[in-house]
Design a protein around this ligand. Structure first.
Ligand SMILES: *Cc1c(COP(=O)(O)O)cnc(C)c1O
Length: 402
């Protein structure tokens, strides 16, 4: 790819996503589960760009949404309501209302109280709400604590016992219809054994419910599949992942729901930035670039590793910190990384930034959000314009008196 030409045309920093790679991953995952009825519901919080969603929707992907606006995004690109599900520990009344109005496939409940609220809303609307319960199977996903979600101490889901209570209530309620069960034990899982363990615990619940004449249709295994951020780090084996799930479902007639986010888009995105300055503070070398933690917060937030490449720098290689210009020492992309010496304007690629990159970006330091490009069938196109100062202040300007 001619990054110099792209920089001339679009300026830096910007994100670029390889849509063809996303498609390949989508089909590879689908293929792994072809032995059963399975539906992919892309978790759009990983990257919610409308052009990306449209492309996935055209491949027949469904969408796992965690807010009203994510549902609205999916609908905007033409996703069918029966391909949309709604998850999240803190859905508001307004959001539940919106989900029900739009007849989405099902709502993943995360508490008894949420069920009661949904029942009330459904009753007012005169509609039956299809529900699934997010079970917390209490298995250790062995990932970063901020993205581990399947332990008793985590805020997500309900225990098996509580789930049973919800199903028992819902199965008798006029305006609720239990259709599925859900779990999601964490993100960036490179070892899928904990997911298989969770599946077997949750499958046992399904069998118990069946004995009580509560028949579910959907077995939603969440997302969480990890990707290799470090060179040569092995990625989860999709066949093993699928087998681990399928083994628990023998004798059960259930459709599998998958909610991959990172796995589909993480590897396909690169954040392109330019070197502003290099400096030496005592014995430490810093490369200061024009992207910052507001554009990609993962290193700051999780101490996440991103591979960095300087395709046009050929100077001597030595350790350095790569940092942004924000007034926080947490504003870094890499620490003690062996990289060549650079000149002002050199182009830097921060790789594997397609997931939780732009979608977690902010206007901190009043920086404009960067633009996003897509590479598809050998062609590059703009999929989100660079924000302008006027865009950024519009909502405040309206309120500015005098
Ligand atoms: C975040 C999330 C996902 C996606 O997680 P990834 O690790 O990106 O695959 C799926 N399901 C739920 C409920 C989530 O909260």
């Amino acid at each position: 790819m001619d990054y110099k030409k792209l920089k001339q045309q679009y300026q830096t920093p910007f994100y670029i996503y390889d849509f063809d790679e996303v498609k390949q991953r989508f089909f590879a995952l689908k293929e792994a589960f072809k032995a059963r009825k399975a539906q992919i519901f892309y978790a759009l919080k990983a990257n919610s760009n409308l052009s990306l969603l449209k492309m996935l929707s055209e491949l027949d992907s469904g969408f796992d949404c965690v807010s009203k606006n994510e549902i609205a995004r999916a609908l905007k690109v033409g996703a069918k309501p029966y391909k949309i599900i709604f998850s999240g520990v803190g859905k508001s009344e307004d959001e539940l209302n919106f989900a029900l109005e739009n007849n989405i496939l099902y709502i993943n409940l995360e508490s008894y109280a949420e069920m009661l609220l949904l029942e009330k809303i459904a009753k007012n609307m005169g509609k039956k709400a299809r529900i699934s319960v997010r079970v917390n199977p209490n298995v250790d996903a062995k990932t970063h604590p901020y993205i581990s979600t399947g332990l008793k101490k985590d805020k997500f889901g309900v225990s098996i016992e509580e789930a049973k209570k919800i199903y028992l209530y819902a199965s008798k309620a006029e305006f609720l219809e239990p259709v599925g069960v859900h779990f999601h034990i964490g993100s960036q899982l490179l070892n899928t054994a904990p997911i298989a363990e969770a599946a077997s615990i949750v499958a046992n619940l399904v069998k118990e419910l069946k004995a009580l004449k509560i028949e579910l249709k959907f077995f939603d295994i969440g997302g969480g599949l990890g990707i290799s951020y470090e060179k040569n780090e092995p990625e989860p084996n999709l066949y093993d992942y699928a087998q681990g799930i399928l083994a628990s479902l023998k004798g059960l007639d259930l459709s599998i729901g998958l909610e991959p986010g990172r796995f589909l888009v993480g590897k396909a995105g690169v954040l392109i930035t330019s070197v502003l300055y290099e400096k030496q503070n005592e014995d430490k070398r810093f490369i200061i670039v024009d992207a910052a933690m507001n554009d990609l917060i993962r290193p700051s937030l999780y101490n996440a590793y991103h591979e960095i490449i300087l395709p046009y720098s050929s100077g001597e290689i030595s350790p350095c910190d790569v940092v942004g210009g924000i007034c926080e020492s947490g504003d870094f992309f890499a620490k003690d990384r062996a990289l060549p010496s650079t000149k002002q304007g050199d182009i830097m690629l921060i790789k594997n930034a397609g997931a939780y990159g732009f979608s977690m970006s902010s206007n901190y330091n009043s920086r404009n959000k960067v633009c996003e490009l897509a590479l598809e069938n050998g062609k590059i196109r703009l999929i989100r314009k660079r924000e302008s100062f006027e865009d950024q202040i519009a909502l405040e300007l309206e309120c500015l008196k005098g």
